[in-house]
Write a protein that binds this ligand. Sequence first.
Ligand SMILES: [Zn+2]
Length: 259
Amino acid sequence: MIIDRVIRDEQFIKGRSHCESCGHELHLKDLIPLLSFIWLKGKCRYCHASIPKILPITELTVAITYASIFYWYLYKSSFSITSTLLSIDSLFFLLFILILFTLLILIFFSDLRYKLIPDIYTLLLVVNFIIFAIIRVLFNLDFAEYSVFFTPIISHVISAVSMLIFFAALFFITRKKALGEGDIYLSGALAIYLTFQLSIIMWFGAFILGSVVGVFLMVVYKKGRKYMIPFGPFLVLGFIVTLLWGNQIINWYLSLLHY
Ligand SMILES: [Zn+2]
Protein backbone atom coordinates (compact mmCIF):
# COMPACT_ATOMS: atom_id res chain seq x y z
CA MET A 1 0.00 0.00 0.00
CA ILE A 2 2.85 2.39 0.89
CA ILE A 3 4.58 1.60 -2.44
CA ASP A 4 1.47 2.49 -4.49
CA ARG A 5 0.55 5.58 -2.51
CA VAL A 6 4.07 7.05 -2.51
CA ILE A 7 4.18 6.61 -6.31
CA ARG A 8 0.80 8.39 -6.62
CA ASP A 9 1.91 11.05 -4.14
CA GLU A 10 -0.95 10.24 -1.78
CA GLN A 11 -0.66 10.26 1.97
CA PHE A 12 -0.82 6.84 3.55
CA ILE A 13 -1.61 7.37 7.22
CA LYS A 14 -5.31 8.06 6.68
CA GLY A 15 -7.65 7.14 3.85
CA ARG A 16 -9.17 3.76 3.02
CA SER A 17 -7.74 1.53 0.31
CA HIS A 18 -9.75 1.07 -2.85
CA CYS A 19 -9.80 -1.28 -5.84
CA GLU A 20 -7.46 -0.15 -8.63
CA SER A 21 -10.05 -1.03 -11.30
CA CYS A 22 -13.47 0.01 -10.01
CA GLY A 23 -12.40 2.38 -7.22
CA HIS A 24 -14.72 0.69 -4.71
CA GLU A 25 -13.55 1.17 -1.13
CA LEU A 26 -12.27 -2.05 0.38
CA HIS A 27 -14.08 -3.66 3.29
CA LEU A 28 -12.08 -4.42 6.42
CA LYS A 29 -12.19 -8.15 5.59
CA ASP A 30 -10.53 -7.43 2.22
CA LEU A 31 -7.56 -5.78 3.91
CA ILE A 32 -6.00 -8.79 5.61
CA PRO A 33 -2.57 -9.35 4.06
CA LEU A 34 -2.27 -12.54 1.96
CA LEU A 35 -5.42 -14.21 3.35
CA SER A 36 -7.77 -11.74 1.63
CA PHE A 37 -6.05 -12.45 -1.68
CA ILE A 38 -6.46 -16.20 -1.17
CA TRP A 39 -10.17 -16.21 -0.27
CA LEU A 40 -11.04 -13.64 -2.91
CA LYS A 41 -9.19 -15.95 -5.34
CA GLY A 42 -7.14 -12.99 -6.57
CA LYS A 43 -10.18 -11.01 -7.76
CA CYS A 44 -11.91 -7.83 -6.58
CA ARG A 45 -15.08 -8.60 -4.56
CA TYR A 46 -16.97 -5.84 -6.37
CA CYS A 47 -15.86 -5.78 -10.03
CA HIS A 48 -14.01 -9.12 -10.22
CA ALA A 49 -10.93 -7.50 -11.76
CA SER A 50 -7.73 -9.47 -11.08
CA ILE A 51 -5.66 -8.19 -8.19
CA PRO A 52 -2.01 -7.84 -9.32
CA LYS A 53 -0.05 -10.88 -8.08
CA ILE A 54 2.82 -8.65 -7.03
CA LEU A 55 0.70 -7.45 -4.06
CA PRO A 56 0.48 -10.78 -2.18
CA ILE A 57 4.12 -11.50 -3.18
CA THR A 58 5.15 -8.20 -1.55
CA GLU A 59 3.13 -9.05 1.58
CA LEU A 60 4.71 -12.50 1.76
CA THR A 61 8.19 -10.98 1.40
CA VAL A 62 7.50 -8.57 4.27
CA ALA A 63 6.26 -11.44 6.45
CA ILE A 64 9.29 -13.66 5.72
CA THR A 65 11.77 -10.79 6.17
CA TYR A 66 10.34 -9.64 9.51
CA ALA A 67 10.10 -13.22 10.77
CA SER A 68 13.75 -13.84 9.78
CA ILE A 69 14.92 -10.64 11.51
CA PHE A 70 13.09 -11.48 14.74
CA TYR A 71 14.36 -15.07 14.56
CA TRP A 72 17.91 -13.74 14.14
CA TYR A 73 17.40 -11.30 17.02
CA LEU A 74 15.98 -13.88 19.41
CA TYR A 75 18.04 -16.96 18.59
CA LYS A 76 21.03 -16.29 16.40
CA SER A 77 22.53 -13.07 17.62
CA SER A 78 24.88 -12.62 20.52
CA PHE A 79 22.16 -10.60 22.28
CA SER A 80 20.41 -13.68 23.60
CA ILE A 81 23.66 -15.27 24.80
CA THR A 82 24.65 -12.22 26.78
CA SER A 83 21.01 -11.91 27.94
CA THR A 84 20.88 -8.28 26.94
CA LEU A 85 17.99 -8.88 24.55
CA LEU A 86 16.10 -5.89 25.90
CA SER A 87 19.03 -3.59 26.48
CA ILE A 88 18.67 -0.18 24.85
CA ASP A 89 21.58 -0.67 22.45
CA SER A 90 20.51 -4.07 21.14
CA LEU A 91 16.91 -2.83 20.71
CA PHE A 92 18.28 0.18 18.89
CA PHE A 93 20.32 -2.09 16.60
CA LEU A 94 17.19 -4.18 15.93
CA LEU A 95 15.28 -1.02 14.96
CA PHE A 96 18.13 0.04 12.65
CA ILE A 97 18.02 -3.36 10.91
CA LEU A 98 14.19 -3.33 10.64
CA ILE A 99 14.14 0.15 9.05
CA LEU A 100 16.95 -0.85 6.66
CA PHE A 101 15.13 -3.98 5.44
CA THR A 102 11.74 -2.24 5.24
CA LEU A 103 13.30 0.36 2.93
CA LEU A 104 15.00 -2.39 0.88
CA ILE A 105 11.62 -4.09 0.33
CA LEU A 106 9.93 -0.80 -0.63
CA ILE A 107 12.72 -0.03 -3.13
CA PHE A 108 12.79 -3.57 -4.55
CA PHE A 109 9.07 -3.75 -5.33
CA SER A 110 8.66 -0.10 -6.29
CA ASP A 111 11.35 -0.42 -8.94
CA LEU A 112 10.07 -3.84 -10.04
CA ARG A 113 6.48 -2.66 -10.49
CA TYR A 114 6.87 0.98 -11.53
CA LYS A 115 10.53 1.11 -12.67
CA LEU A 116 10.90 4.01 -10.29
CA ILE A 117 12.72 4.49 -6.98
CA PRO A 118 11.14 7.45 -5.15
CA ASP A 119 13.90 9.70 -3.71
CA ILE A 120 12.29 9.57 -0.28
CA TYR A 121 13.36 5.91 0.18
CA THR A 122 16.97 6.62 -0.81
CA LEU A 123 17.01 9.65 1.47
CA LEU A 124 15.63 7.63 4.39
CA LEU A 125 18.32 4.97 3.79
CA VAL A 126 20.99 7.63 4.26
CA VAL A 127 19.20 9.20 7.25
CA ASN A 128 18.86 5.77 8.91
CA PHE A 129 22.61 5.24 8.60
CA ILE A 130 23.52 8.75 9.81
CA ILE A 131 21.34 8.36 12.93
CA PHE A 132 22.95 4.95 13.51
CA ALA A 133 26.44 6.44 13.05
CA ILE A 134 25.76 9.28 15.51
CA ILE A 135 24.33 6.97 18.19
CA ARG A 136 27.12 4.48 17.55
CA VAL A 137 29.74 7.13 18.29
CA LEU A 138 27.87 8.83 21.16
CA PHE A 139 27.08 5.62 23.05
CA ASN A 140 30.14 3.64 21.98
CA LEU A 141 27.95 0.99 20.37
CA ASP A 142 29.84 -2.06 19.16
CA PHE A 143 28.58 -5.51 18.28
CA ALA A 144 31.82 -7.07 17.10
CA GLU A 145 30.15 -9.92 15.22
CA TYR A 146 28.39 -7.45 12.89
CA SER A 147 31.69 -5.99 11.78
CA VAL A 148 30.16 -4.82 8.48
CA PHE A 149 28.34 -1.99 10.28
CA PHE A 150 31.10 -1.23 12.76
CA THR A 151 34.07 -0.32 10.61
CA PRO A 152 35.39 3.27 11.01
CA ILE A 153 32.83 5.87 9.86
CA ILE A 154 35.31 7.31 7.36
CA SER A 155 35.42 3.99 5.44
CA HIS A 156 31.61 4.18 5.00
CA VAL A 157 31.89 7.72 3.67
CA ILE A 158 34.67 6.74 1.23
CA SER A 159 32.59 3.76 0.11
CA ALA A 160 29.49 5.89 -0.59
CA VAL A 161 31.36 8.70 -2.36
CA SER A 162 33.35 6.35 -4.62
CA MET A 163 30.20 4.43 -5.61
CA LEU A 164 28.42 7.72 -6.42
CA ILE A 165 31.33 8.87 -8.60
CA PHE A 166 31.64 5.48 -10.31
CA PHE A 167 27.94 5.16 -11.13
CA ALA A 168 27.61 8.80 -12.18
CA ALA A 169 30.54 8.27 -14.59
CA LEU A 170 28.89 5.11 -15.95
CA PHE A 171 25.62 7.02 -16.32
CA PHE A 172 27.25 9.71 -18.48
CA ILE A 173 29.60 7.41 -20.43
CA THR A 174 26.72 5.13 -21.47
CA ARG A 175 24.63 8.24 -22.16
CA LYS A 176 22.02 7.33 -19.57
CA LYS A 177 21.24 4.04 -21.26
CA ALA A 178 22.60 1.51 -18.79
CA LEU A 179 21.30 3.05 -15.60
CA GLY A 180 18.59 5.34 -14.31
CA GLU A 181 19.33 8.33 -12.12
CA GLY A 182 17.62 6.54 -9.21
CA ASP A 183 20.15 3.70 -9.50
CA ILE A 184 23.05 6.12 -8.94
CA TYR A 185 21.58 7.53 -5.72
CA LEU A 186 20.63 4.05 -4.58
CA SER A 187 24.19 2.76 -5.15
CA GLY A 188 25.58 5.57 -3.02
CA ALA A 189 22.94 5.12 -0.30
CA LEU A 190 23.58 1.37 -0.07
CA ALA A 191 27.36 1.78 -0.21
CA ILE A 192 27.26 3.97 2.92
CA TYR A 193 26.29 0.83 4.85
CA LEU A 194 29.37 -1.00 3.51
CA THR A 195 33.10 -0.55 3.11
CA PHE A 196 34.68 0.18 -0.27
CA GLN A 197 35.71 -3.48 -0.81
CA LEU A 198 32.23 -4.72 0.08
CA SER A 199 30.58 -2.13 -2.21
CA ILE A 200 32.51 -3.65 -5.09
CA ILE A 201 31.19 -7.09 -4.11
CA MET A 202 27.65 -5.60 -4.04
CA TRP A 203 28.13 -4.10 -7.48
CA PHE A 204 29.51 -7.32 -8.99
CA GLY A 205 26.69 -9.28 -7.36
CA ALA A 206 24.07 -6.92 -8.82
CA PHE A 207 25.73 -6.96 -12.23
CA ILE A 208 26.00 -10.77 -12.39
CA LEU A 209 22.41 -11.30 -11.18
CA GLY A 210 21.15 -8.68 -13.63
CA SER A 211 23.00 -10.29 -16.54
CA VAL A 212 21.73 -13.78 -15.72
CA VAL A 213 18.11 -12.61 -15.44
CA GLY A 214 18.50 -10.42 -18.55
CA VAL A 215 19.77 -13.33 -20.66
CA PHE A 216 17.06 -15.57 -19.21
CA LEU A 217 14.33 -13.07 -20.22
CA MET A 218 15.82 -12.72 -23.70
CA VAL A 219 15.99 -16.49 -24.28
CA VAL A 220 12.80 -17.67 -22.57
CA TYR A 221 10.44 -14.76 -23.13
CA LYS A 222 12.11 -13.53 -26.33
CA LYS A 223 12.28 -10.05 -24.88
CA GLY A 224 14.24 -7.76 -27.16
CA ARG A 225 17.48 -6.10 -26.12
CA LYS A 226 15.61 -2.84 -25.80
CA TYR A 227 13.44 -4.29 -23.04
CA MET A 228 14.60 -2.43 -19.94
CA ILE A 229 14.84 -4.37 -16.74
CA PRO A 230 15.08 -2.17 -13.66
CA PHE A 231 18.50 -2.38 -11.96
CA GLY A 232 17.33 -1.42 -8.45
CA PRO A 233 16.09 -4.90 -7.44
CA PHE A 234 19.49 -6.37 -8.39
CA LEU A 235 21.33 -3.73 -6.36
CA VAL A 236 19.13 -4.60 -3.38
CA LEU A 237 19.81 -8.35 -3.83
CA GLY A 238 23.55 -7.70 -4.34
CA PHE A 239 23.50 -5.63 -1.14
CA ILE A 240 21.79 -8.36 0.91
CA VAL A 241 24.19 -11.05 -0.41
CA THR A 242 27.08 -8.74 0.53
CA LEU A 243 25.71 -8.14 4.05
CA LEU A 244 25.35 -11.88 4.64
CA TRP A 245 28.41 -13.30 2.88
CA GLY A 246 30.52 -10.35 1.67
CA ASN A 247 33.50 -10.98 3.93
CA GLN A 248 33.52 -14.71 3.09
CA ILE A 249 33.47 -13.84 -0.62
CA ILE A 250 36.47 -11.51 -0.17
CA ASN A 251 38.40 -14.18 1.78
CA TRP A 252 37.56 -16.81 -0.82
CA TYR A 253 38.73 -14.50 -3.60
CA LEU A 254 41.97 -13.68 -1.78
CA SER A 255 42.64 -17.39 -1.20
CA LEU A 256 42.33 -17.97 -4.97
CA LEU A 257 45.09 -15.41 -5.56
CA HIS A 258 47.49 -17.40 -3.39
CA TYR A 259 47.49 -20.45 -5.68
ZN1 LIG B 1 -12.88 -3.57 -8.22
